[in-house]
Design a protein around this ligand. Structure first.
Ligand code: SAM
Ligand code: SF4
Length: 470
């Protein structure tokens, strides 16, 4: 039984300081903004004061500087890879009452469902038969979804195989647990454990989380500290954009990052920044109190990229295609594709699917379409899980910190995994687009030794071998 204890804990989000910084840094000069961007391009995390200064760029010319800076950082450090994953919703029973979520306890119109082990297997087979290798498994908060249940569903997912398909990395988005609970889930060999704070602003948090364990702001805020204490050092933070001013939330994400760095010497692996999407029978999602415009959304992605240059940014299919295409160039590292968020939808889609879903997706393209479009637009789709498999945690940090890491490991592994994809699952058009991209990548390779080894491995993939990596 989960024992919620927040005695002696204090928030590490300094609300007054954030408001002051946002006030103090208004109307920044062009030279100051350029100086801050240069610091980020020099591979340094920005301070709260510097981040607030970027947030206060209102002049269209300065905003263009932010976009240019984010693009430059992406090109300089990360290259053109985009890692692909899919969400797998395991159950939507929930004891909380989050005002924005279709799964909240007071939503009597939601069809409640939890996958049985057999249904889970069916879902995983359906995902594998489309070519997915990386999943994020998502759970409501309910005594049914105990740490042991989460562990067993993850283990089941790893052991399920369909043809040449397999899931090689499972990330988790579930309620914050106690230390023992996190240890239990860790034992299944998970990747990232994500917990979104939703809003870092306490008053707003209280308003939108009126009851249930999630109503305790501090229990959630310290959730990832407990995960770290349980030995999970691969963590994802996030804020749900639209509950309070996005400017404050970006500062909250930064202070959370600084807290983890100062306490554990390691920052979050990923940051998520979903905007509120329409959910069935959920009025607040029609008109979120602090709705973020498309222009502000682009700005906030660019600012996050610059503020924490070594952290992975996740952009989900909640966003419409046009926005996704635009902000991918600002240094987003992972996107989901071919996603379904109704319980059991990958294997059995029905007409009433939205009543089983948490919200409605903006991008409903298939995985194959997304891969083809990414390749056509000069991006390199990747299903790489090599760092995780080799125990190299903090892959984003390594890409960032180790000179040549991307060229030596990430790009070749992206090429190998997307090549596997087209051999096993690609449509004719996608095979063409990806083959052209791989040729281009090989042409651009500078390291002849890696290139030769990569060509040999590609040959082996063509001959039916799978799961080869650097
Ligand atoms: N139940 C767990 C929790 O709340 O942490 C984990 C899963 S919850 C289903 C995953 C995330 O979905 C939440 O943290 C929230 O940020 C997001 N979410 C909920 N309702 C949403 C909506 N209407 N639009 C966009 N994202 C939403
Ligand atoms: Fe439950 Fe999570 Fe939805 Fe809140 S966001 S109602 S905790 S599933």
């Amino acid at each position: 039984m989960l024992k919620i204890d927040t005695k002696g804990l204090k928030s590490f989000i300094p609300e007054e300081e954030i408001f002051e910084l946002l006030e103090k840094t208004k109307n920044p000069s062009k030279s100051r903004v350029q100086e801050i961007i240069a610091k980020s391009l020099d591979k340094n995390r920005l301070s709260p004061e510097e981040t607030a200064t970027l947030i206060n760029c209102e002049d269209p010319e300065l905003i263009q500087e932010l976009f240019k800076g984010a693009r430059a950082l992406k090109e300089k450090i990360y290259g053109n890879r985009i890692v692909l994953f899919a969400p797998l919703y395991v159950g939507n029973e929930c004891v909380n009452d989050c005002a924005y979520c279709g799964f909240r306890i007071s939503n009597k119109e939601t069809h409640r469902n939890t996958l049985t082990m057999d249904q889970l297997e069916e879902e995983v087979r359906a995902l594998e038969s489309r070519g997915h290798k990386r999943l994020i498994m998502v759970y409501g908060e309910h005594p049914m979804y105990s740490p042991e249940f989460i562990r067993d569903t993850v283990l089941k997912t790893y052991e399920t195989r369909e043809g040449k398909g397999e899931i090689r990395r499972v990330n988790i988005n579930a309620a914050p647990l106690d230390i023992e609970g996190f240890k239990t889930v860790k034992s299944a060999g998970i990747g990232t454990y994500q917990i979104f704070q939703e809003s870092y602003h306490q008053e707003s948090y209280k308003k939108f989380h009126p009851s249930g364990p999630k109503s305790n702001y501090l229990w959630r805020l310290y959730g990832l500290d407990r995960a770290m204490q349980a030995g999970i050092d691969d963590l994802g933070i996030g804020a749900l954009m639209g509950l309070f001013d996005w400017r404050f939330e970006v500062m909250g994400l930064l202070y959370h990052t600084i807290h983890l760095e100062n306490t554990f010497n390691i920052g979050p692996h990923t940051i998520s920044f979903p905007r509120i999407e329409p959910a069935h029978n959920t009025a607040i999602t029609e008109e979120p109190p602090y709705a973020v415009s498309d222009d502000d959304f682009k700005k906030l992605v660019a600012i996050l990229r610059l503020a924490v240059p070594y952290t992975g940014l996740i952009l989900t299919a909640r966003e419409p295609i046009a926005i996704r295409n635009e902000v991918i160039g600002f240094g987003v590292s992972q996107i989901d594709a071919g996603s379904s968020i109704g319980i059991g939808d990958y294997s059995h889609k029905d007409e009433e699917s939205f009543k089983k879903s948490q919200f409605v997706l903006g991008d409903q393209r298939s995985l194959d379409d997304v891969i083809r479009e990414l390749a056509t637009h000069g991006f390199l789709p990747s299903f790489c899980t090599a760092c995780y498999r080799l125990g190299r945690t903090g892959e984003h940090f390594m890409e960032f910190a180790i000179p040549g890491f991307v060229k030596k490991f990430c790009t070749p592994n992206a090429i190998l995994t997307v090549s596997e994809y087209v051999h096993d699952y690609g449509s004719e058009e996608t095979i063409k687009a990806v083959t052209a991209r791989i040729h281009k990548e090989l042409e651009d390779f500078e390291d002849e030794k890696v290139k030769l080894e990569l060509k040999q491995k590609l040959e082996r993939v063509a001959n039916g071998e799978r799961d080869l990596y650097f």
